[in-house]
Ligand binder design. Structure first.
Ligand SMILES: NC(=O)C[C@H](N)C(=O)O
Length: 326
């Protein structure tokens, strides 16, 4: 009989009401499994482990290093796939982290819930059921880490939370979902995985990669104060990867000291390379040594840069890794 391992990290899917109001993550992995109709009828063994009980805004890189090790241990011990239950606020970053650090073809499927278990129409059980079905699907092998929410299967590279409360919050705006649940089973479209695996060592949690989102009228003061505390930086640039002309000298200065990755704050589409020629444009910034983020959004670019720096990757290696993302 095949085995699926479920690893719980917390999040709304595991939250229960407190006497003082509001919800907090208290349910363990066994509780989550017990709430899913139809799971017990599937012809498979399910094992459960509660690794963390955290709201996902409080998940950090040290937690992700432990999670990657736990996922690998389950796969090494023979699990056909692993499901990770996780808060939705940062699930997209954890998904990319696992995509980059868990080698092999076995499905690693993340899921969560927008509504807590005690709410009317709680979505956690349906999401967990779908995630388990994806974890055992042969077609899910080799797709990298996946996020399953609301009957859609998303690739780690592209998925984003795009709504604060809707159960349809998760979107792969750039190229659409990789698959859909149809009559309880996942159906996929073919999509190649990015061929990159990086180590998830404790060094990852000791680094600080800053993420600075650029806004209208930005005078650079925030960046000036933030960068000395950082080992690397991601800029969430305006539009196709731009900053105000007044920031250009500062950005050049920072890029001479550490890797600075240029992403877009728009949330979808690739940073351009060769269109705009004004000071602070993508052409200008790339010429000054900034690294092109490809199709990765700023939060995902930060995860990749953090892992690359922890692995001791030099500037050319960092550029080459980001080039894999378009
Ligand atoms: N829906 C959720 O899971 C949101 C929650 N704040 C979390 O990320 O833990």
């Amino acid at each position: 009989m095949v085995r699926v391992a479920i690893i719980a990290m917390g999040g709304t899917i595991a939250m229960t009401p407190t006497a003082a109001g509001g919800v907090v993550p208290e349910l363990n992995a066994d509780d989550l499994i017990a709430a899913v109709p139809g799971l017990a009828e599937l012809d498979l063994e399910i094992t459960a482990r509660t690794l963390r009980s955290l709201p996902s805004p409080s998940i950090g890189f040290a937690d992700l290093v432990d999670l990657a090790a736990a996922v690998r241990a389950e796969l090494d011990a023979g699990a056909v796939g692993v499901v990770v239950t996780h808060g939705t606020d940062t699930i997209e970053e954890t998904a990319l982290f696992l995509d980059l650090t868990v080698p092999g073809d076995a499905p690693v499927v993340l899921t969560g819930a927008m509504r807590a278990p005690a709410s009317a129409g709680a979505d956690g059980p349906a999401n967990l059921y779908a995630a388990v079905r994806v974890a055992i699907a042969p077609q899910a092998r080799g797709l990298g880490a996946l996020v399953v929410m609301s009957d859609e299967v998303h690739g780690a590279r592209f998925v984003r939370k795009t709504h604060t409360s809707s159960t349809a919050a998760f979107v792969s705006a750039q190229f659409g979902p990789l698959g859909f649940m149809v009559e309880g089973e996942p159906r996929f479209r073919p999509t190649p995985r990015v061929p990159l695996t990086l180590p998830a060592t404790p060094a990852v949690a000791r680094l600080r990669v800053g993420l600075v989102t650029i806004a209208l009228g930005d005078d650079g003061e925030l960046l000036r104060r933030a960068y000395p505390a950082c080992d690397g930086l991601v800029l969430g640039g305006l539009g196709a990867g731009h900053v105000p002309a007044t920031m250009v000298d500062l950005v050049s200065e920072v890029a001479a000291e550490m890797p600075v990755v240029l992403a877009s704050r728009t949330g979808s589409g690739s940073v351009l390379r060769n269109t705009y020629a004004y000071p602070g444009s993508e052409r200008d910034l790339l010429r000054r040594g900034l690294i092109h983020a490809g199709f990765l959004d700023p939060a995902k670019a930060r995860v990749l840069l953090q892992l690359l720096l922890a692995a001791g990757t030099d500037r050319d290696g960092i550029s080459a890794a980001f080039a894999l993302y378009g």
